[in-house]
Write a protein that binds this ligand. Structure first.
Ligand code: DAH
Length: 346
């Protein structure tokens, strides 16, 4: 029995020496050391030996099993380290290599222009009307009717306004002025709000016109509001936005929802007023429409025009951005060409 044990031990040691994979080792472990393994088979015979032999052979069997177990686990360890080294070699990283460039996004120039305009008006005591950036899909009631726009006004024409197939009188809003009605229907004077938002018009697209663009509407209704207040607020806005040096002018105009009405022009930044393609040779660019809220509009929302008066304005965000940054084509804002947009970083 002793010889048998020693023979198995020598065979096992030879097998372990030859083993070249983890799988080989597992097989060896199974062959010699598992419950059905060769050692166990022999150990079963122990019970037939004398007590003395049992002790000697038993000790030998234990000794051999321990030795085998430890050489197998040493070799396991060796394989494990080799495997690890191979993996480390393969996945080695050069920490001195430059990292991958991940471009940082930034706010779109129209958003930053809107934010700037909003904060100027906030500093002048206006607040942003709740939910004013919606709905962009509007009924004619808010977009035209309540703003005193006659049924046959050319602005209502499908050539100018996008009608939806949601309902006969549902349009993509063509101006933010409808926000005035929303606000006045929900709130009594004093009212001092601005409402930024996107508007849509059925335009032929060119360097100055796009079929959607952005406006900021303003409304101030209280007792004793005058055209002088309107001029004061708008001049102050222009002074802060452009700096004192940019010449501006108020021009007489007409809008159905204001009386009297005005438009404000800023000297063209491309030609410094000399006249160029951008300003159609006039030297001026219009940035906003404004006026004293028509009594009919006030009456429509239940505000007594004999007690209250107000002014309103609507300015074009693209125009204001073009004038400040000397952008000569409105389409640049919408093409999303990063070479253009990157200039507005920071
Ligand atoms: N809604 C006008 C437009 O889109 C601009 C405008 C003019 C707004 C006069 C006003 C206003 O609030 O009082 O052309």
């Amino acid at each position: 029995m002793k010889e048998q044990l020693e023979k198995i031990y020598t065979d096992a040691v030879a097998d372990i020496d030859k083993a070249s994979t983890v799988k080989d080792l597992e097989d060896i472990k199974f062959k010699y050391l598992s419950r059905k393994g060769e050692f166990n088979e022999i150990k079963k015979g122990l019970k037939d030996l004398s007590d003395e032999d049992k002790r000697v052979v038993g000790a030998l069997a234990n000794n051999i099993t321990q030795k085998l177990e430890s050489s197998i686990s040493e070799k396991f360890q060796l394989f494990y380290e080799q495997e690890l080294n191979k993996k480390l070699e393969k996945e080695r990283i050069d920490v001195t290599l430059p990292g991958q460039f991940v471009p940082h996004g930034h706010v779109h120039p129209l958003t930053s222009t809107t934010n700037e305009i909003v904060s100027i008006f906030q500093s002048l005591g206006f607040s942003v009307a709740p939910n004013s950036d919606s709905p962009e899909v509007e009924t004619e009631y808010f977009n035209f009717d309540m703003l005193n726009v006659p049924k046959d006004h050319p602005a209502r024409d499908v050539q100018d306004t996008f009608y939806t197939n949601v309902g006969e009188n549902v349009v993509l809003r063509s101006q933010t002025s409808g926000a005035q009605v929303h606000v006045m229907e929900g709130q009594k004077p004093p009212i001092r709000i601005i409402a930024p938002g996107r508007v849509y018009r059925n335009e032929n697209i060119n360097s100055r016109k796009n079929n959607f663009f952005h406006q900021i509407e303003g409304l101030y209704v209280d007792k004793d509001i005058t055209f002088g207040d309107l001029k004061g607020v708008l001049n102050e806005f222009i002074r802060i936005y452009f700096g004192a040096s940019r010449p501006t002018r108020f021009r007489n105009s007409f809008f159905p929802f204001t009386e009297p009405s005005a438009e404000v022009d800023v000297q063209c930044i491309m030609c410094e007023g000399k006249g160029c393609r951008t300003c159609s040779g006039t030297g001026w660019l219009e940035i906003l429409g404004a006026g004293m809220v028509d009594p009919n509009v006030l009456r429509g929302v239940g505000i007594d025009p004999d007690v209250y008066s107000g002014f309103a304005f609507g300015m074009g965000v693209e125009r204001l951005a073009m004038l400040k940054y000397a952008v000569d084509d409105i389409r640049l804002f919408f093409n999303n060409d990063v070479r253009f947009l990157e200039q507005f970083k920071g």
